[in-house]
Design a protein around this ligand. Structure first.
Ligand SMILES: *Cc1c(COP(=O)(O)O)cnc(C)c1O
Length: 355
């Protein structure tokens, strides 16, 4: 059976502290107001003024020439890879990357690329690692076409790639004639945590996208950015995959609202994540990775409990966490407050004490 994440077991109370994912935020009343007021048109036709405004905002934010609104981040990755690569090409990406683990096998099913899984701590690799991954340009070897990075690195612990390292790995890729793509699902978390403007953070990347459904709190939507030429070709793939929309401005308005009101506040999520890590570290047997941003990963093997068991116990107390890469993941976001963090730490302590 296909796993339905976060479906509460029978008898579980409603979730009151939702640390499962930063995707689970609910649109705020002010965001819904902005959606109601949105001017709309036919997006597929290029007639939706609110979608145009969102794309213009993203062009200004990222310093790229053009932008395209899409329903999801996964669709941004799939379309970017289809646009940069041909079947049989190779993409160099970290072994923990979303494109390898969380897109339903899309590269076997749809794009036809293969992915070289790079190693390295916290979802990152170095310029030397990329040099080590360069294949000879022979007819035996798969043609290498694209370097992909995640900013922040999700399974890497929400880690922020240092800007110098982003630029160094991209420089090696460009020397080889490869393109570069940034999965910026949580790009603004990285920018806020590092105090670096988005356009500087993404300057070495030919394409980049931002998810509006992670910490930014919109109900759907992601925007892919790149050169005019790249976005022009990407539009054909958007059409082929059924990603063209109609009165999408109603959703784009939520994204614009998020850019205006939900970016600076990501610093609160990062402070809450640090507080959560501090609290968890006091619990015997819990090994916590220090969070850079809003994702807190912890290992509970020494506490004598499995991730699934802890999840189930917490669910009966109205608290949701996820399991990822063999650890527990707790995400902070718009709907998580500092008092909830204290309560979650106390509940996790109680649950583990029973082990
Ligand atoms: C969530 C996520 C995606 C996919 O975005 P969706 O909007 O859920 O399709 C891609 N990459 C990373 C790193 C993510 O965390």
């Amino acid at each position: 059976m296909v796993h339905a994440p976060n479906r509460p077991p029978a008898g579980a109370p409603p979730v009151r502290i939702n640390l499962y994912s930063d995707t689970q935020t609910r649109p705020t009343p002010a965001m819904k107001e902005a959606m109601m007021r949105a001017e709309v048109g036919d997006e597929q036709h290029g007639d939706d003024p609110t979608v145009h405004e969102l794309c213009d905002r993203m062009v200004a934010l990222t310093g790229k020439e053009a932008a395209m609104y899409l329903p999801s981040g996964t669709m941004c990755n799939v379309i970017a890879i289809l646009t940069h690569c041909s079947k049989g090409d190779e993409v160099v990406a970290h072994e923990t990357s979303h494109i390898l683990h969380s897109e339903g096998g899309t590269h076997a099913a749809l794009t036809g690329v293969q992915i070289m899984p790079m190693k390295g701590p916290r979802g990152m690799f170095t310029a030397d690692d990329v040099r080590g991954a360069i294949r000879p340009k022979t007819r035996y070897a798969p043609p290498q076409r694209l370097l992909e990075v995640e900013q922040t690195a999700n399974i890497g612990g929400g880690a922020v790639w240092p800007l110098a390292q982003l630029n160094e790995v991209a420089a090696v890729a460009h020397e080889q004639g490869w393109s570069t793509h940034m999965d910026g699902a949580r790009l603004m978390n990285a920018c806020v945590a590092a105090g670096i403007a988005a356009k500087d953070m993404v300057a070495s990347y030919d394409s980049v996208w931002l998810d509006f459904t992670k910490g930014l709190g919109a109900p759907l939507g992601a925007v892919l950015c790149g050169s005019e030429e790249f976005i022009g070709r990407a539009w054909r793939w958007k059409q082929r995959l059924g990603g063209s929309m109609r009165q999408a401005g109603i959703c784009a308005a939520a994204c614009i609202h998020a850019l205006d009101h939900h970016v600076d506040r990501l610093a609160e999520d990062h402070a809450n994540a640090k507080a959560l890590a501090r609290g968890l570290r006091q619990i015997p047997g819990v090994v916590v990775e220090e969070p850079d941003t809003n994702l807190v990963f912890f290992d509970i093997r020494d506490a004598g409990m499995t991730v699934e068991k802890l999840q189930a116990k917490l669910q009966m107390r109205g608290i949701a966490v996820s399991g990822l890469g063999g650890r527990v993941r707790a995400c902070t976001h718009l709907d998580v407050t500092a008092p909830m963090i204290e309560e979650a730490v106390a509940e996790i302590r109680t649950a583990l004490a029973a082990a």
